[in-house]
Structure formats: structure tokens, C-alpha cells
Design a protein around this ligand. Structure first.
Ligand code: 13P
Length: 255
């Protein structure tokens, strides 16, 4: 039996936006979701840490969820520059991205570290959006499924449930490039991810976990990506900075 999964349209703002931009963008997303009434999708925005407070205020009462882009594995203490999951929850976040490929590349984050960040998120009552995906060289070498398999084995903790975890598949070579895998490739990788999650966490949990596609999703390709059986939303970078594009992607979710 397949559990219904409400599509999640998530915006990763990355390192973009000053206070005024963040407030304006969040207000536009909030107004859009409010205008939808009973929407058949959920929306999430993940601003940089410096905008979380302003975005939290701008989203009040809208139903748009708030997330951070990273977290510490430590609960508190002498970790200069880090932000704990309790701090994020206290600031109004209910989600946190962990293991984005830009963190894996820029900060050499390993699967083990990403796993510990997901556990920290769960411990603080946050949803972890665990990001995985192969590089172009790995893809060209025919290793996509091997890479995804080992990232799931290493990055997804045993504490993952449908209520506290989302997995985002983002082929590294598709991020910010305007290139995407074919529709069939996206569905095949997502189905494989779900089968790997089932082997690790049980079929019921795997059937409930939302799987997002990320990498150059835009209003032009969102409909066919979001219609795929194992794609339960999108993790959107560039297009999430344009409120009209982000809204158009959301309204592309199948009814
Ligand atoms: P783009 O949508 O800009 O390709 O970014 C995807 C991404 O990395 C979201 O986390």
C-alpha cells in the first residue's frame, strides 16, 4: 500500500539575500500560498542564517515552512561559527538541509557527518532534508546508482521516519547548469532510492518518505518532473529566488 505523500516545494536560497531582499521574497511566497487556499502542496524556504529571523516574521500565519541550510552536530558549547539544531528550532525552523553537495564540496562533509547532522535534527524535532547525488564524472563512469546507494547507506540514520526525513536527489552536474537528467532517468533513480530506503528502514517508512528532485528545476520542466511517481516535490535553487517562478513550480504539482 502506498502512503499519500504531499508534494513539498522547497526553496534553497543558498548564500543570497540581504535583509530587505529576504523579507520581500518571503512575503511574496507567503502571499502566494495564502492566495491558494487549501493547496495540494507544501512550501518550504531555506534562507541563510542571517535572514531566518526576518523570514520567520514575514511568513507568520502563511503556512510556508521555514528551514535552515546546515546545522552543527553538537548541541551547544565551544563551536565558533556553528549553529545548533536547538537554536534553529528556537528560531522557528522546522526543517534543515543536511549534506547539500555544496557543503560536501566546500567543507568536505562526509556521509558520516551528514548522518550525525540528521540525527541532531531529529533530536531537536526538526525534519532533515538529506541531500544526495552523483557528480558528472561519477555519472559518466556509470556509477550513479552505486554512489546513491552508498550515500543512503552512510547519510540516512536509523532514526529516519516519514515524519522527520525528506531525501533530496540532486545530481551535482544538474545544479545551476540548466541541465537535467531525462524524465526516465529521474524516475529510475528515485525508485531506486525508495527501494534502498525500504531495505534500510522498512517498506512502510520508505513509502512515506518524500523524495525531492533538485537541479535546474524551473517552471518549464517542473510539470513533467513533479508528475513522476516517485518524485514528491522539488528542491529549487535559482528559481526559488524569483517568487513568480517558485509559485509557478508549486502550481505545477499534480492535482
Ligand atoms: P538550482 O535549482 O539552482 O539548480 O539549484 C538546485 C539546488 O542545489 C537546490 O538545493
Amino acid at each position: 500500500m502506498t502512503t499519500p505523500r504531499t508534494p513539498l516545494i522547497a526553496g534553497n536560497w543558498k548564500m543570497n539575500g540581504l535583509q530587505g531582499d529576504g523579507r520581500a521574497l518571503a512575503s511574496a511566497v507567503a502571499d502566494f500560498l495564502k492566495s491558494q487556499g487549501a493547496a495540494n502542496f507544501e512550501m518550504l524556504v531555506c534562507p541563510p542564517f542571517t535572514l531566518i529571523s526576518a523570514v520567520h516574521d514575514a511568513l507568520a500565519g502563511s503556512g510556508v515552512k521555514l528551514g535552515a541550510q546546515d546545522c552543527s552536530t553538537a548541541a551547544k558549547g565551544a563551536h565558533t561559527g556553528d549553529i545548533s539544531t536547538d537554536m534553529l528550532a528556537d528560531a522557528g525552523c522546522t526543517y534543515v538541509l543536511v549534506g547539500h553537495s555544496e557543503r560536501r564540496t566546500d567543507h568536505r562533509e562526509t556521509d558520516e557527518l551528514v548522518n550525525a547532522k540528521a540525527v541532531a535534527a531529529h533530536t531537536s524535532g526538526l525534519n532533515a532534508v538529506i541531500c544526495i547525488g552523483e557528480t558528472e564524472a561519477e555519472r559518466d563512469g556509470g556509477k550513479t546508482l552505486d554512489v546513491v546507494k552508498s550515500q543512503i547507506a552512510g547519510s540516512v540514520p536509523g532514526s529516519a521516519t516519514a515524519a522527520n526525513t525528506v531525501v533530496a536527489y540532486e545530481p551535482v552536474w544538474a545544479i545551476g547548469t540548466g541541465r537535467t537528467p531525462t524524465i526516465d532517468e529521474v524516475q529510475d533513480v528515485h525508485a531506486f532510492i525508495r527501494s534502498e530506503l525500504a531495505a534500510k528502514l522498512g517498506q512502510d517508512v520508505a513509502d512515506g518518505i518524500r523524495l525531492l528532485y533538485g537541479g535546474s528545476m524551473n517552471p518549464g520542466n517542473a510539470s513533467e518532473l513533479l508528475a513522476l511517481g516517485d518524485v514528491d516535490g522539488g528542491l529549487i535553487g535559482g528559481a526559488s529566488l524569483k517568487p513568480e517562478d517558485f509559485a509557478a513550480i508549486a502550481t505545477s504539482c499534480p492535482a
